[in-house]
Design a protein around this ligand. Structure first.
Ligand code: BGC
Length: 737
């Protein structure tokens, strides 16, 4: 009885304590949702002590990147954790990497969907798919207890050997910028703090903590920075992650030009700038330049910043601005009013979205003799060769890595699940998915022994060779080759079987010395949790491919703007086993130069201007049907209104990505043409549709360095319309201004 009574008293105490704290919390004036995020944040900042402010300006540590704060105990297991101010109702920020899905779910005892690699999603050119991609990530982050995404990678593919291109959205700033904007909207609509990264010009991994990118202002603004400008304008991300590299002499996270002049003043960015993990390099300089937050540690923005404020080296107003930007972002994205509720992710919904996007992402590069789609009723035997296609499909590595359910299906003995530096294969078996479509005998050969692979190929009606190249953050490739003897394997199989199909699992363009020897080539990228089902649907024609390349496939390394990736002089980088490497990087490594002398000529603009023929051009991709274009009309509108008709001239329903390019007046001094718009048109056999593409002024403008702004140059504009950057049957010219 006594015990019961004591419990009742305790319960009352707990209830009254809880309701008192609820009252205290809800009585804060900033809980009023009718006020703007800025008004609400300003009220909070006024109440904060300097210590509380500082605590919002840095992380609590990351394994292997310096000391961990004891406060990291409250981390949700993501890459970043920030201690909030509970007494004022400001929660901790729990950040997770989330490029193509939520990272580290295996380690954390959770599960995440792997979407196709970002580059694959870009090949869909589909704004709704990009939104769905971001929304799925937002939902899974919420279910796992995170309130900030570290996705939103949009560095342009300037360097086709960059190991992180699979995490980005291709080589065109308008395509990449529009897609990342939708992806961010999708994520933030789930009440999640979104992010765009790595700002800016982080186009190579080699020596990324030391490289100094030399780029002229006009080129930066019209290429890499334009992708950020569009992404930020369209998607309103709360966070911008400043990158590891230097830009024209300053570290990106110390760059007043990037962070204040462009981001805050010109683009009117109201959110906060967080450093990439170990990309902060100073206190006074970074704070004045506009870096709001340091990750993952508190080397600069912890006690040292506090002391700098107390000593008058950093004005309190600057600290208040950093804090305000963070808190207003929390209100603006809804993470305070509607915090994440931990639950389980919706696995089936994840599969559905991953498969739909994968089906829109795989690019049919070649299809001679109508090799595809396969006719299940006619094939008696199918040889599947290489790339572990019996059990799984490859994924991209590094901080983007999503963990496969049940672990890596191809794991070197003695290793754990997803160890940094080891390729991770998802349990999505092409062989099984293919076998499910046909009664034919489906056999597998690993492709490691050329004799056995060719013997199997020779014995089958059709041979499908799977070839892969793994990419990971932190390193670039030396070449465009597939490597691992795969070119020889493909050539040998093609010689043994006249019906050879190549399926590529790559995160970059690759060279194809065997291109003329095989009938069909399908670029499947890293295709996520449901890659095999999407692939089988395309191979057997249940899905008509519609994707188009968001990057050029050059013929060889010799055609790239740079013979090799700029590299640090030997001995200037800390050794990988140096326990103080993190500190040496923070304190600054000797710079080496990367010169962007290709200037505006990024991606297809380079090959166009230099008149270099390519293997497969930007915007290219085949379908099982054919399309015709007619009836082009261009009228001056806000800038220009382009209308035309697309017809499905084949016998299958399909979706054509109709592209509009513009050539600017000669006085503009631009590469031959640029993408200015597109429309994805769904058409039944024989059906025609009239399409209108509104081209906005920004997309036809050049950056005027003297006037520090965008300028529409008066003169003759050519508009070219068609199904790839090199198949543009319609052309019209108008005069603007
Ligand atoms: C990467 C970022 C990532 C961060 C946290 C860095 O090495 O460059 O993209 O968000 O780590 O994992």
């Amino acid at each position: 009885m006594l015990i019961l009574r004591r419990h009742a008293v305790l319960l009352c105490l707990v209830i009254s304590f809880a309701s008192a704290s609820l009252v205290a919390q809800s009585s804060h004036p900033w809980t009023n949702t009718s006020l703007s995020p800025d008004e609400r944040a300003a009220m909070v900042v006024k109440e904060m002590t300097l210590g509380e402010k500082i605590s919002l300006l840095h992380g609590t540590g990351h394994e292997g990147l310096g000391p961990m704060s004891p406060k990291s105990i409250a981390s949700n297991g993501g890459a970043g954790h920030v201690v909030g101010v509970p007494r004022l109702g400001i929660p901790d920020i729990q950040m997770s990497d989330a490029a193509y899905g939520v990272r580290a779910s295996g380690k954390n005892g959770r599960y995440s969907t792997a979407l196709p690699a970002n580059l694959g999603a870009a090949a869909s050119w589909d704004l709704q798919a990009a939104y769905d991609y971001g929304a799925l990530i937002g939902r899974e982050l919420r279910a796992q207890g995170f309130n900030m995404s570290l996705g939103g990678g949009v560095n342009l593919t300037r360097e086709a050997r960059n190991g992180r291109n699979f995490e980005y959205l291709g080589e065109d700033p308008i395509l990449a910028g529009k897609l990342v904007g939708e992806l961010i909207k999708g994520t933030q609509d789930q009440h999640m703090i979104g992010d765009i990264k790595h700002y800016a010009l982080n186009n190579q991994e080699t020596g990324r903590n030391a490289v100094n990118v030399n780029a002229d202002e006009r080129s930066m603004r019209e290429t890499d920075l334009l992708a950020f400008e569009i992404g930020i304008r369209n998607g309103s991300p709360a966070g911008v992650m400043c990158s590891y590299n230097r830009v024209n002499g300053d570290y990106a996270c110390d760059s007043k030009y990037l962070l204040t002049d462009v981001l805050r003043r010109e683009w009117k960015f109201p959110g906060f700038v967080l450093s990439d993990w170990g990309a902060a390099h100073s206190i006074v300089r970074a704070s004045a330049a506009g870096m709001d937050h340091e990750q993952p540690n508190e080397y600069f923005y912890g006690d040292a910043l506090k002391k700098a404020v107390e000593a008058g080296q950093v004005p309190m107003a600057e600290v208040d601005d950093h804090v305000l930007r963070i808190v207003r972002s929390m209100f603006a994205t809804g993470v305070i009013d509607d915090p994440p509720q931990k639950s389980v992710v919706d696995v089936e919904r994840g599969f559905e979205v991953a498969q739909q996007i994968a089906e829109q992402a795989m690019v049919l590069l070649k299809n001679e003799k109508k090799q595809l789609p396969l006719d299940a009723s006619k094939i008696k035997s199918l040889a599947i060769i290489g790339a572990h296609a019996d059990v799984g499909m490859l994924s991209g590595g590094g901080s983007a890595q999503v963990d496969p359910p049940g672990g890596n299906v191809i794991m070197p003995p003695g290793k754990r699940n997803t160890v940094w530096g080891t390729p991770v294969w998802f349990p999505t078996s092409p062989m099984k998915a293919i076998q499910a479509k046909t009664k034919a005998k489906v056999s597998f050969d690993a492709g490691t022994d050329l004799n056995s692979a060719t013997a199997l190929a020779r014995s089958a009606d059709v041979a499908i060779v799977f070839a892969s190249r793994w990419e990971i953050e932190g390193r670039d490739s030396d070449s465009l080759s597939l490597g691992d003897n795969q070119d020889e394997l493909i050539a040998k199989v093609a010689a043994a079987n006249p019906n050879t199909i190549v399926v590529l699992e790559t995160g970059n363009p690759v060279s194809m010395p065997w291109v003329n020897n095989v009938n069909a080539i399908l670029e499947a990228w890293y295709s996520g949790s449901r890659g095999a089902d999407a692939l089988a649907n395309i191979l057997f024609g249940d899905v008509n491919p519609s994707a188009k390349l968001p990057i050029t496939f050059p013929k060889s390394e010799a055609d790239l703007p740079h013979a090799s990736v700029a590299k640090e002089p030997p001995g200037t980088q800390p050794a990988s086993n140096d326990p103080d490497a993190w500190k040496k990087r923070l304190e600054g490594l000797p710079a080496f130069q990367s010169i962007y002398d290709e200037k505006l000529k990024v991606g297809y603009k380079w090959y166009d201007a230099e008149k270099k023929s390519v293997l497969f051009p930007f915007g290219y991709g085949l379908s099982y049907t054919t399309y015709s274009y007619s009836n082009l009309k261009v009228q001056p509108g806000k800038a220009a209104t382009v209308s035309f008709t697309v017809k499905n001239t084949g016998s299958r329903a399909g979706a054509e990505i109709a592209q509009v390019y513009a050539s600017l007046p000669a006085t503009a001094g631009e590469p031959p043409k640029r993408l200015v718009g597109w429309s994805k048109v769904k058409l039944n056999p024989g059906e025609s549709k009239d399409v209108t593409v509104e081209v906005e002024p920004l997309f036809l403008s050049i950056f005027n360095v003297e006037q520090k702004g965008w300028q529409l140059v008066g003169g003759e504009y050519g508009f070219l319309v068609g199904g790839s950057s090199q198949a543009l049957p319609l052309k019209a010219t108008i005069s603007l201004k």
